[in-house]
Design a protein around this ligand. Structure first.
Ligand code: SAJ
Length: 417
């Protein structure tokens, strides 16, 4: 039986704890938030993720996963705490450092520490190693350190935890091999071993690749609007080329990963990252672009009411972190609109989360801000009956525009001029 202590019971730590508990490990889930610990103690998830509720209940009921405020001695410690951005776009590594400080007293000879949190290149070598070595312990001799970045997509976490390939970087080959043996308990994808700094870079460049490509799609969408053509046709046709994969345009890039990780490279290499920094700015400018178009549609309407459909950062998840929908709400309010929001998944939203009917009641414009699949099924006739105006702006090209136009709506779509 392996004793595992996971610090951070969030989107990654909690599902990973469940997987390891199911694989026969004894898992201690450490979290500083008492509400998270209480929910975990009851076997209830504090986040939405398909499959989590039943599986968590089972491992808590069997005693394989327990909640705690502080770590305890373990064979393996996994750090899965947030690495948010500071206001000046730098990685806030305080949670990682605090987690490492908290676990250090509980290290056993031969313990393995794994960093899962996405971190700037050099974190294992420059931040974690000195903390673990305090008191004369030697990393690579007395204890071992590896980076195993998570790469799963919210909404598909349990599938991707098993099926995705993993990159594991050790501060020495023995650490990497130890981490591989742990993840091999549940990973069916290939596991690739490398050094810790390479693993850090791999993770950051995956999300940066996506951000830069989304920026290209967003810029292309704006060009298509200016030329009076349809980005979505351009995308579909360009992607018939075997070496082209244009991404989808949208109202901005949200989530804790893609809109954040590129800054970790810019922070570290500020003079050498013009492309990465510019892509970030292009994507961050998208909410304002959408709001320009929406307010143009509402010209002449006094104190317009906007029904904002979607608060989450992407479709069919409940996660609001860095969501462009929240930026849209803020910018619309700044422009004098009354914003009413509805999201079928979001909990703990910063603005009231209304029912669809209450949100649409008397609205002048429907703004589809998040690509929740349920929104594609909205009935234009029923919607029209509730609204004051007949305007819809689709920031994801999710709705069947013909049907909405047939129901009397003025339909505008991001990327369509
Ligand atoms: N988006 C677009 N256009 C696209 C694709 C996405 O505008 O063509 C937007 C989405 O609407 C959303 C944002 O980008 O606002 C990010 O969504 P996403 O689904 O691309 O990615 P995340 O942030 O949910 O998860 C990513 C994943 N990384 C990659 O796909 C390279 C995931 O595998 C990582 O585990 C995760 O980041 C992470 O934790 O780093």
């Amino acid at each position: 039986m392996t004793d595992i202590c996971i610090l951070g019971m969030g989107y990654i730590g909690l599902p990973t704890a469940v997987m390891l508990a199911e694989s026969g490990c004894r898992v201690l889930g450490v979290d500083t938030n008492p509400l998270v610990r209480e929910a975990l103690g009851r076997g209830e998830p504090h986040i939405e993720e398909p499959g989590l509720r039943d599986r968590l209940k089972a491992v808590v009921a069997s005693g394989a996963l327990r909640a705690a405020e502080t770590p305890a001695p373990a064979d393996v410690f996994i750090i899965a705490v947030p690495t948010p951005l500071t206001v000046d776009k730098r990685a806030d590594m305080r949670h990682v450092a605090a987690a490492a400080e908290a676990l250090t007293p509980f290290l056993r000879p031969g313990s393995l520490v794994i960093l899962e949190s996405t971190s700037p290149p050099g974190t294992c070598a420059e931040l974690l190693r000195p903390i673990l070595e305090a008191g004369g312990r030697r990393v690579g001799e007395d204890v071992f350190l590896a980076h195993c970045p998570e790469r799963v997509l919210p909404g598909r976490i349990f599938t991707e935890l098993v099926e995705n390939d993993r990159v594991i970087g050790g501060t020495d080959p023995r650490a990497a091999a130890m981490a591989r043996d742990l993840y091999a308990r549940f990973v069916k994808g290939d596991i690739f071993l490398t050094d810790a700094t390479t693993a850090e870079m791999v993770k950051l460049i995956e999300n940066t690749f996506r951000d830069v490509n989304i920026a290209l799609a967003n810029e292309t969408a704006v060009l298509c609007e200016a030329m009076g053509i349809d980005f979505w046709s351009v995308m579909r046709l360009a992607n018939r080329h075997p070496r082209v994969g244009l991404h989808r345009a949208g109202p901005g890039v949200g989530g804790h990963c893609i809109s954040v990780d590129p800054w970790f490279l810019v922070e570290r290499f500020s003079g050498s990252t013009p492309l990465i920094a510019l892509a970030r700015r292009v994507n961050d400018a998208m909410p304002a672009h959408v709001v320009d178009r929406v307010t143009a549609m509402l010209a002449g309407v006094p104190r317009p009411v906007v029904a904002l459909f979607g608060l989450a950062y992407k479709g069919d998840v409940d996660d609001l972190r860095e969501s462009p929908a929240l930026a849209l709400a803020r910018l619309l309010e700044e422009r004098g609109c009354e914003v009413r929001a509805h999201d079928p998944f979001a909990q703990r939203a910063p603005l009231p989360n209304l029912t669809p009917e209450a949100c649409l009641d008397g609205a002048d414009l429907l703004l589809v801000a998040t690509a929740h699949s349920a929104f594609a099924e909205l009935d234009p006739e029923d919607t029209a009956a509730l609204m004051r105006g007949r305007r819809v702006y689709d920031a994801h090209r999710l709705l069947p525009a013909d049907r909405w136009a047939a129901a009397g709506f003025t339909v505008e779509v991001l990327g369509v001029g």
